[in-house]
Design a protein around this ligand. Structure first.
Ligand SMILES: [Zn+2]
Length: 295
């Protein structure tokens, strides 16, 4: 009896769940590379562009070789020694090496295994929700982008166009096949997502004279609209603002953060987009049922 991978997954939930976990760990390991290297790549790019634009001689070359997702090969940031493949196995290598570089004993950040484990958890929840399907495959791409964007935003306060715009185009095209919503609702969602936040930020900045949020946030909400349709936007904005205010207030109280200190909004948007991806429809149905009951 010849079984396709999809049929095996449908027959055996254990094999399917294990596959979600393993793929999640491997993709999480790749996301660590993205989170570390994309900002370095951008730094390199802007540096070169400025030098070229100003037509000055570069006396301070920051990077000897070009940086991308493949090159140079993974190495320890301190002693620069190349990491062997068997020291690059998600989570296990971290435990085996006792969180230290095998050569210089420099501490390896806990962030690496945490990203791998969280990606595996997200993929597994999505696997249970969508089952072996194209929706699962597509949703894993969106989730990966959200994880990378959130971490880059927390560390560098940027949401790179290289990720947001790619995900935006991908969302519109994926919905040509009505994967999460119709293509009409996706186009409306992308447009409304961008313009609504842009208008809010422009008005806020005009009135208060303070910076509201970066253009990356507009693009991220456009992504949400492109993937999930315009109907989910209000829920995403409300939820992300709610979580942002709770965490913002907590930081003011606990860490004595200034009321004016800038908090990246990307991670809150990402959390809300992910919740909307999985439970958006259920929440909408519950909400409308509640309104009808109330009236
Ligand atoms: Zn080292």
């Amino acid at each position: 009896m010849d079984l396709s991978v999809k049929e095996i997954f449908e027959i055996s939930p254990v094999i399917f769940t294990s596959a979600c976990i393993v793929v999640g760990l491997v993709i999480g390991s790749f996301l660590n590379v993205v989170i570390y290297r994309v900002p370095l790549f951008l730094d390199n790019l802007y540096h070169t562009e400025c030098i070229n634009f100003l037509k000055i001689e570069d006396t301070n070359i920051k990077f000897e070789e070009p940086i991308n997702l493949i090159r140079p090969r993974s190495h320890c940031p301190k002693c620069k020694i190349k990491i062997k493949w068997y020291h690059n196995i998600p989570v296990l290598s971290y435990l085996w090496l006792k969180a230290k570089c095998n050569s210089c004993k420099n501490k390896i950040s806990i962030q690496y295994p945490l990203i791998e484990i969280s990606t595996a958890c997200f993929f597994t929840i999505q696997g249970l929700y969508f089952g072996p399907s194209f929706e699962l495959f597509a949703s894993c791409i969106l989730t990966s982008a959200l994880i990378a964007l959130s971490m880059i935003d927390i560390e560098h306060k940027i949401l790179p166009d290289q990720i947001t715009l790619t995900i935006l185009w991908l969302g519109l095209n994926i919905n040509v096949f009505q994967t999460f919503t119709t293509v009409e609702e996706a186009i409306l969602g992308a447009t409304l997502g961008y313009t609504s936040l842009w208008m809010f930020a422009s008005i806020y900045e005009k009135i208060t004279g303070k910076f509201a949020m970066g253009h990356g946030d507009f693009k991220l909400l456009a992504c949400a609209g492109a993937w999930l349709g315009w109907q989910q936007l209000l829920f995403i904005v409300l939820l992300s603002s709610l979580v942002a205010s709770i965490i913002g207030l907590t930081l003011i109280l606990v860490k004595n953060n200034n009321r004016n200190s800038e908090l990246p909004f990307g991670p809150y948007l990402s959390i809300a987009i992910w919740l909307s991806l999985i439970w958006g429809d259920d929440i909408m149905i519950a909400y409308y049922a509640w309104i009808n009951l109330g009236w």
